[in-house]
Design a protein around this ligand. Structure first.
Ligand SMILES: Nc1nc2c(ncn2[C@@H]2O[C@H](COP(=O)(O)OP(=O)(O)OP(=O)(O)O)[C@@H](O)[C@H]2O)c(=O)[nH]1
Length: 486
């Protein structure tokens, strides 16, 4: 609780309030549909985008400069960032400051948490998740990717630098495999630091060729991959190529800018008719001009919510009442699937809330699982997976210890047909059905009964039905939940 910055008097659970819903669910659904149709007519669509890539590829610089070029960050803020970063001897990171918000990030010049920002292009409204590139922060990146509709991959064009990120063990490769495994199917690749290679067309095409092959092997459809040469630091080809430094690029490139490519990305269907699901990615003490108290945020993966509604908080038996809904820092009466929201809740003890908690309607709860069957694809691993193997299970923004209890069968990846029942081991590249049990250990290291987690089969919820398995800091498999057992 101290971590949440809550005062003593705020730790007491407020009396549950009776929900004060403004309009009936049916009327609200009508209003949501009309709003979405109006937005579609205006041609404006919402998407969330995760920015990925090897450490130091220039992700934060690119986003910082893009936000400025699109008018999202004013000159005053830019100059303040420039001065402050110079003071710390990190002038080259000034653009990244817009996203790398914490003192430690600024001093180290490394992104550690997923920064959330928003910006608009003429036809798209984006929520940006700027994920950390450093290896140690992969779990944060998974959390960012599990909320994303599309990815912006930033690679460093400089000699040797692209290769360092792309070789085995590099994060360019690892991030792409992870985002694809988490359901992201569209990617824009910004080939950055083109100033470092004298805006060479040959280098651009070389990198494009290598990445195109790998992206297709990873499962991205060719029509859902776009490339663009940029110079993030100088702001070249983010929204235009008018900079004097861009002359060499203009000689051979007259294609779309980065903003042009982002402006035509395809938004996913908004599942407003499905039961409401809100997996939480943050819990904090919130403050607005009209209220303060316990606040939570995340992206609504399906359904609609409105102020006054009572929601179930899973895992656990508690419910809470939605006091305030904020979208892009504005208070709104309702929100629908696809929106990133902040909610102020009442009638709930904050200890019941955490990253990975799921809010849903009391009448239609998410099943709680401590054991389930999954179909997985094994990554390029050296040590095979055997029954009894301890793993770290990543589900949405949560990571918990788990055990691969049974290897049920190796299967055909495309249709799940059994190739071999009860295999002894799973080696690299095979697809398999396995049983996974969630594990908690007591102080003495003995396994105890696990706290179940909210999980849904993939055919019910794509977002809550995907998992990743990691072992010793390495991602060993990705998969989907087939069946909740217990
Ligand atoms: N020459 C040149 N340097 C750049 C360019 N873009 C970024 N840089 C530099 O590359 C370094 C890393 O940039 P960041 O934006 O912090 O990289 P990042 O990918 O966000 O790094 P992590 O968040 O730590 O993974 C900084 O020194 C930037 O100034 C560019 O277009 N040209």
């Amino acid at each position: 609780m101290a971590a949440l910055g809550l005062q003593d008097n705020e730790m007491r659970v407020p009396e549950p309030e009776s929900p004060k819903i403004a309009i009936s669910k049916e009327k609200l659904m009508g209003e949501v549909r009309r709003t979405i149709e109006k937005e579609a007519l205006e041609g404006i669509k919402s998407l969330s985008i995760v920015v990925i890539g090897h450490v130091d590829a220039g992700k934060s610089t690119l986003m910082g400069h893009l936000l400025y070029a699109l008018g999202r960050v004013g000159d005053k803020k830019r100059i303040a960032n420039e001065r402050a970063s110079e003071k710390l001897g990190k002038a080259s990171f000034s653009w990244a400051w817009e996203l790398d918000g914490t003192q430690e990030e600024r001093e180290r010049g490394v992104t550690m948490d997923v920064a959330i920002q928003s910006f608009t292009t003429p036809h798209r409204r984006f929520t940006v998740l700027d994920a950390p590139g450093h290896r140690d922060f992969i779990p944060k990146m998974i959390s960012g990717a599990s909320q994303a509709d599309c990815a912006l991959l930033v690679v460093d064009a400089a000699a040797g630098e692209f290769e360092a990120g792309f070789d085995r063990g590099g994060q360019t490769r690892e991030h792409l495999v992870l985002v694809r495994s988490l359901g992201v199917s569209q990617v824009v690749v910004a080939i950055n630091k083109m100033d470092q290679v004298s805006w060479s067309r040959q280098r651009y095409e070389e990198i494009m060729g290598l990445l195109q092959t790998f992206l297709m092997q990873t499962g991205f459809a060719v029509q859902r991959i776009q490339f663009v040469p940029v110079g993030a630091m100088l702001g070249v080809n983010l929204v235009d190529t008018n900079q004097p430094e861009a002359e060499a690029l203009r000689k051979w490139y007259s294609g779309p800018t980065l903003a042009d490519l982002l402006d035509v990305l395809t938004p996913p269907p908004r599942l407003i008719e499905s039961p409401m699901r809100l997996p939480l990615t943050n819990v904090f003490r919130g403050q607005t001009s009209v209220a303060s108290g316990i606040a939570v945020s995340g992206r609504l993966s399906s359904g609609i919510i409105q102020v006054g509604e009572r929601v179930s908080v899973l895992p656990g038996d508690e419910t809470a009442v939605i006091k305030i809904i904020e979208v892009e820092e504005e208070s709104v009466p309702w929100a629908a699937a696809g929106s990133s929201v902040t909610l102020y809740l009442s009638g709930i003890d904050p200890v019941q809330l955490g990253i990975g908690t799921v809010l849903c309607p009391p009448s239609d709860p998410v099943p709680l699982a401590s054991s389930f069957v999954a179909q997985i694809v094994v990554f390029d691993i050296q040590v095979p997976i055997i029954a009894g193997a301890s793993v770290e299970l990543f589900h949405h923004s949560r990571d918990i210890p788990a055990t691969v209890t049974k290897l049920l069968a190796t299967v055909e990846r495309s249709n799940g047909t059994v190739i071999k029942a009860n295999p002894r081991v799973l080696t690299k590249s095979v697809s398999a059905k396995i049983q996974i049990n969630i594990r908690t250990s007591t102080m003495s290291g003995q396994a105890a009964r696990a706290m179940p987690i909210p999980l849904e089969p993939f055919h019910v919820s794509k977002e809550l039905g995907r998992i990743l398995l990691r072992r010793n800091g390495e991602t060993i498999a990705a998969g989907i939940v087939l069946e909740v057992l217990d």
